[in-house]
Design a protein around this ligand. Structure first.
Ligand code: AMP
Ligand code: GLY
Length: 435
């Protein structure tokens, strides 16, 4: 089987790493991939071949799939899904792992999602949607705070502003709707109540009828230790998240995931693929903060190492509508991913710094430690250099969370590059909870 993975970050490295373990895969391509992906090998498929096509260039991807007779395309990021890659592949009779464009609206339009959740009584923050900036500004000014202002469309994780009062919320609305800081993504906005609680991500696989729950995870969005400083794409993650107890997990399935899939079916949007629920565990129970139509990054780097079995088999079952409940087996060993980022990130940062400490396979040579590359590129003399904001995700699994944390940081300690920054407290909340 020939597989193409679309994307080039840590999540896609984890996907390639997992797919390369399948005895069914004879050839693995990644578009555009990165230096670490190109160093990933499977016994049967050999080295992953990176091809120079960006993930949003559907025309070039389609030409490649036709020419190479790709059997399955696995989509990492949201943008190609929101652009309709799955629908286009289906029309061609090609296999694509990822939801349709109408389903990807769960991530692509916050107005769509919030309206769906409200209509079907699925717990989420109270909100108002606006297409008129004057009305949005008035609403914020008339309201005390705190409020959360969200751009409707995709804004690379930057379209959410937490405002402490109405004036700050109005400023955010102005930035989005009048100054168009996020372009068309901010033409509509949502203003919602601020929820309090602990955040967790719960992802599931679904064929539209059946849910196979993946292990819970927690992301670290802020750049600094103790959750300080600006938001990032995610500075680390761990799985499982102890705040998602079996009881909480059961509520998430019953009150959120199942009703959402039923709602999507009723709207004639049968969902197939990965559904990612970003949740706030409030005193009143779990509530949806956001949906994503794909694996999270870096949550994926903690979830896939815990997933047992052949990912190709699992994907096939989803596509055939034959997914079984509890149909995936999860290792009981926790996983921890520590992201190493370029100096300056999430603001302006330099690229091209040589990375030392990686061996010829882009790894650190420690047992149960996998370095998932995100922003890396090949440099002279077989070396690897930085090529993005988030550079590496050093991931470890072990019998306990504490040991996985220690092991991940042992991996981090072996790696250096000019300006490298990483959080020292990944999984701190879970460790504190465990005492
Ligand atoms: P989103 O992309 O909608 O998940 O928002 C990004 C982040 O903003 C979330 O991970 C939360 O930390 C925060 N956030 C979003 N909506 C709310 C809300 N209603 N209440 C509190 N925090 C929120
Ligand atoms: N880690 C959050 C996301 O992938 O959206």
């Amino acid at each position: 089987m020939k597989i193409l993975v679309v994307g080039g970050g840590g999540r896609e490295h984890a996907l390639c790493w997992k797919l390369a373990q399948s005895s069914r895969v004879t050839k693995l391509y990644c578009a555009p991939g990165n230096a670490g992906i190109a160093l990933t090998r499977g016994e049967k498929c050999g080295a992953v071949e990176c091809i120079d096509i960006t993930s949003e260039n559907l025309d070039s991807l389609a030409r490649f799939v036709r020419r190479e007779r790709i059997d399955l395309t696995v989509i990492g990021p949201e943008a190609p899904l929101v652009l309709g890659v799955a629908d286009r592949w289906e029309a061609e009779g090609w296999n694509c792992f990822g939801p349709s464009q109408r389903c990807a609206e769960l991530e692509g339009s916050k107005t769509f999602t919030k309206t769906l959740l409200r209509k079907h009584g699925i717990p989420s923050a109270e909100f108002q949607a606006f297409t008129d900036s004057d009305k949005a500004l008035k609403y914020c000014q008339d309201h005390g705070g705190p409020l959360v202002v969200k751009a409707d469309g995709l804004a690379a994780g930057k379209g959410v502003i937490m405002a402490k009062d109405g004036a700050e919320a109005a400023a955010a609305v102005k930035q989005m709707m009048v100054e168009k800081a996020f372009g068309e993504a901010g033409a509509k906005v949502i203003v919602e109540e601020t929820l309090k609680g602990e955040e967790a991500s719960v992802l599931c696989l679904t064929d539209g009828q059946t849910i196979a729950l993946l292990p819970s995870a927690q992301d670290h969005k802020r750049i600094g230790d103790g959750d300080t400083g600006p938001n990032t794409g995610g500075m680390g993650a761990y799985s499982p998240a102890p705040c998602v107890t079996p009881e909480v997990e059961d509520r998430i399935v019953r009150e959120i995931l199942v009703p959402t899939l039923h709602a999507m079916n009723r709207e004639e949007r049968p969902y197939k693929g990965v559904l990612y629920a970003g949740l706030m565990l409030t005193d009143a129970g779990p509530k949806v903060l956001e949906y994503n139509c794909r694996f999270g990054d870096p949550e994926c780097q903690c979830i896939l190492p815990r997933l047992k079995g052949d990912l190709v088999d699992i994907i096939e079952k989803i596509q055939q509508g034959k997914l079984e409940e509890n149909g995936v087996e999860i290792s009981s060993d926790p996983a921890v991913c520590v992201v190493m980022a370029a100096g300056g990130y999430p603001g302006a940062y330099k690229k091209g710094a040589a990375i030392s400490g990686l061996d010829a396979s882009g790894q650190v040579g420690l047992p149960d430690v996998t370095v998932f590359h995100a922003g890396t590129a090949k440099a002279a003399e077989g070396r690897v250099a930085t090529a993005g904001g988030r550079v590496l995700g050093v991931t470890a699994t072990a019998a306990t969370l504490q040991m996985a944390v220690e092991r991940a940081y042992q991996g981090v300690a072996k790696i250096s590059f000019d300006g490298a920054q990483y959080r020292k407290d990944i999984a701190h909340r879970a460790l504190k909870r465990q005492g």
